[in-house]
Design a binder for this molecule. Structure first.
Ligand SMILES: C[S@@+](CC[C@H](N)C(=O)[O-])C[C@H]1O[C@@H](n2cnc3c(N)ncnc32)[C@H](O)[C@@H]1O
Length: 248
C-alpha cells in the first residue's frame, strides 16, 4: 500500500498532553481521558477522577453530593438507597472538599450536600440550608440527625425569595448505588441552583440522580463518576423515560 503521507507517520505523532493532577504533579492525559462515557438529551457523563478532569470541563452551576467519608461498607442510612456493598473505590473523606474548592472558583453558583460530619471541612459557604427529615436522617453522636445540610455558594438565582430547604420523608429506592439521593431532593437542588439556560455540573455523579433531575427540568448537565459501574447505572437511568428506583 502506498504511503500517502509525504512526511511519513511521524508527522502525525501528537505530543503528550500534560496536566497537573490533584497533587500538582504533571501527568500525561490519555487521548480518551476526556471522551464522554455517554451523551444523551443534553446530559454528558464522563468516567474518571474529577480531580483530574475538572480543568477540561466548563459548567455554570455546581450541584453535587460528594462522598461523606463515612465508609458505606454494607451500611444503610435512612433516605439513601440500599446496597450490600459500599463504594467500590472506598469513601475518601478529603476528595469532596478538595473538588468543591476547585469547582466553585469557576461556576456562578453551587449547591452541595456535604453530610453532617464533613460539613465544616468544606470551603466557607455563602449560606446554609437543609433537607429536613423529621423521620431521621442517620445516626449522630448526640442522637439521630434530622437533616441533611446543604451548602450554598454564590448568590441565589431568586435573590432569596424561596425557602433554603425542604422537608422530606422520601427514600431513594433501589438504584444499585449504596447512597443514591431521592430524585425529589435533586429536583429541588437543580431547580434551586440553576436557571434553564445554565449547564449543571455534578463531579460525583454516582447513579446519576442530579443528571436525571437536570434532564427532567430541561437543563443541560455534566456528570463525572470514578466508578464505571455507577456510570453504567447512570447511563441506564438516563435512557429510561420513567426512572426505576425513584420515589418522589
Ligand atoms: C455520595 S455518592 C453520589 C450519589 C449520587 N448523588 C446518586 O444519587 O447516585 C458520591 C460518588 O462519588 C464518586 N466518587 C468518589 N471519588 C470520586 C472522584 N475522585 N471523581 C469522581 N467520582 C468520585 C463515588 O464513586 C460515588 O459514586
Amino acid at each position: 500500500m502506498p504511503d500517502l503521507s509525504p512526511l511519513g507517520e511521524k508527522a502525525f505523532a501528537v505530543p503528550a498532553l500534560l496536566r497537573p493532577d490533584h497533587r500538582g504533579e504533571l501527568r500525561e492525559v490519555r487521548g480518551d481521558a476526556v471522551k464522554p462515557y455517554c451523551e444523551r438529551d443534553g446530559i454528558t457523563i464522563y468516567h474518571g477522577d474529577s480531580r483530574e478532569m475538572l480543568g477540561d470541563i466548563r459548567a455554570d452551576v455546581l450541584v453535587t453530593d460528594p462522598p461523606y467519608g463515612v465508609g458505606f461498607q454494607g451500611k444503610n442510612t435512612k433516605h439513601t438507597s440500599r446496597a450490600k456493598q459500599g463504594y467500590i473505590s472506598g469513601d475518601d473523606a478529603e476528595v469532596g472538599p478538595h473538588v468543591v474548592g476547585i469547582a466553585i472558583q469557576s461556576v456562578i453558583r453551587g449547591l452541595v450536600f456535604p453530610g453532617t460530619r464533613m460539613m465544616f471541612d468544606y470551603p466557607k459557604p455563602y449560606e446554609v440550608g437543609c433537607v429536613y427529615c423529621p423521620s431521621g436522617a442517620g445516626n449522630g453522636r448526640w442522637g439521630w440527625t434530622v437533616f441533611h445540610p446543604v451548602l450554598f455558594y454564590g448568590k441565589a438565582k431568586t435573590g432569596g425569595s424561596t425557602p433554603a430547604g425542604m422537608e422530606s420523608f422520601a427514600l431513594a429506592g433501589e438504584t444499585g448505588h449504596p447512597c443514591a439521593k431521592p430524585v425529589r431532593w435533586m429536583l429541588w437542588a437543580v431547580e434551586k441552583a440553576s436557571l434553564q439556560c445554565e449547564v449543571v455540573l455534578d463531579p460525583f455523579a454516582g447513579s446519576g440522580t442530579t443528571l436525571y433531575a437536570a434532564r427532567q427540568l430541561g437543563r443541560r448537565a455534566i456528570g463525572i463518576e470514578i466508578e464505571e459501574r455507577y456510570c453504567e447505572i447512570a447511563a441506564k437511568r438516563l435512557s429510561q423515560r420513567v426512572m426505576f428506583g425513584a420515589q418522589l
